[in-house]
Design a protein around this ligand. Structure first.
Ligand code: SF4
Length: 326
């Protein structure tokens, strides 16, 4: 029996616009195994949001799925009737957003919202409330019984995000998608959320797809990482191996820009010079060429294929092809 939970298989997604088709995702393939934590990292515009909305099939009306499959427990979600998809969202697959206020209703108490979210359960209201309090305790909210009566604005940002995680785990999903859940928090709260996610993942044994533009956070939490650039996977593999021996210049630059990697005091954090290319007008050859300090003549004319370098470590860069680099 396979332990693969989610398989993204050669997925290509465009947005139809007045300027032409925006190539938001191109030939994306990776998988998430049961109980595993996989990170997706890249700058804004690399395709992370389109990937999440494609998995959940919550896409804009101008989205066009050009090729590929999104298989969850072997079933292609792109072919599933909407009713089945609705049952799956929030039950088998849950999501935590960057801004917890997107998750909470400001005019309902947290307790009411946590009871409402159990609408599929046959349990009594008292049992649902007790379960809600237990979940609040599990994510580290002190005095959970009393705090059920409070409203979202009565909690700090870090607590609201922990409550959002508690709500996402109420249904005991097989897959939790965490969409930049720590981006709006300061560094101390970020560490707390990461530690709590690690503990909860062990307790609930769910897989986590963790989206971030911060490679240091991914390295702390994840087993494997998928590095995306301009709608394509440029590197993927074991997180420790990639962090210590990146094989794509873009990954290397992301690591150099990571606050945890900066040794000297600086007023301004380093960034990667240049911009992500226009997705409606992608250049030929390597998509990272205009920002790459190791580009070679071949990079302008030939697209580097994503090849396996070692067990499970893939990269798309001509530097890894001996004959091309000579
Ligand atoms: Fe840089 Fe060339 Fe590698 Fe692209 S293929 S990342 S341009 S060296």
């Amino acid at each position: 029996m396979t332990d693969t939970l989610l398989e993204i298989d050669r997925l290509s997604v465009d947005y139809e616009t007045a300027r032409g088709d925006l190539k938001a995702l191109r030939d994306i393939s990776f998988d998430v195994r049961k109980g595993e934590i996989v990170g997706i990292v890249g700058e804004s515009g690399c395709g992370k949001s389109t990937l999440i909305s494609s998995i959940l099939r919550l896409t804009a009306p101008n989205t066009r799925f050009r090729q590929g499959e999104v298989r969850f427990k072997g079933q292609d979600l792109l072919q599933l009737p909407e009713r089945q998809m609705r049952n799956l969202r929030g039950a088998d697959i849950s999501i935590v957003f960057q801004d917890p206020m997107q998750t909470h209703n400001p005019v309902l108490s947290i307790g009411q919202q946590m009871v409402d979210i159990q609408h599929r359960s046959k349990a009594s209201k008292a049992e649902k409330r007790a379960r809600a309090a237990k979940m609040l305790g599990a994510v580290g909210i002190p005095d959970p019984e009393a705090r059920l009566a409070q409203f979202p604005h009565e909690f700090s940002g870090g607590m609201r995000q922990r409550i959002a995680i508690a709500m996402a785990l109420m249904s005991e999903p097989d897959l939790l998608i965490a969409d930049e859940p720590t981006t709006a928090l300061d560094a101390t709260l970020e560490v707390q959320i990461i530690e709590r996610l690690q503990e909860l993942q062990q307790e609930f044994n769910c897989a986590i797809l963790f989206i971030s533009h911060h490679l240091g956070v991914i390295a702390e939490l994840c087993d494997r990482v998928v590095v995306m650039y301009a709608g394509a996977v440029v590197e993927s593999g074991d997180v420790r191996e990639i962090f210590h021996d990146p094989k794509h210049p873009y990954t290397r630059r992301l690591i150099d820009c990571d606050p945890g990697h900066i040794k000297e005091r600086a007023r301004v954090l380093p960034t990667i010079p240049g911009e992500v290319p226009d997705l409606a007008n992608l250049p030929g050859g390597c998509i990272f060429r205009d920002r790459c300090d190791q580009a070679m003549p071949r990079c302008a004319s030939h697209v580097p294929p994503l090849i396996q370098l070692k067990d499970g470590h893939h990269a798309a860069c001509w530097l890894n092809h001996k004959e091309a680099a000579e």
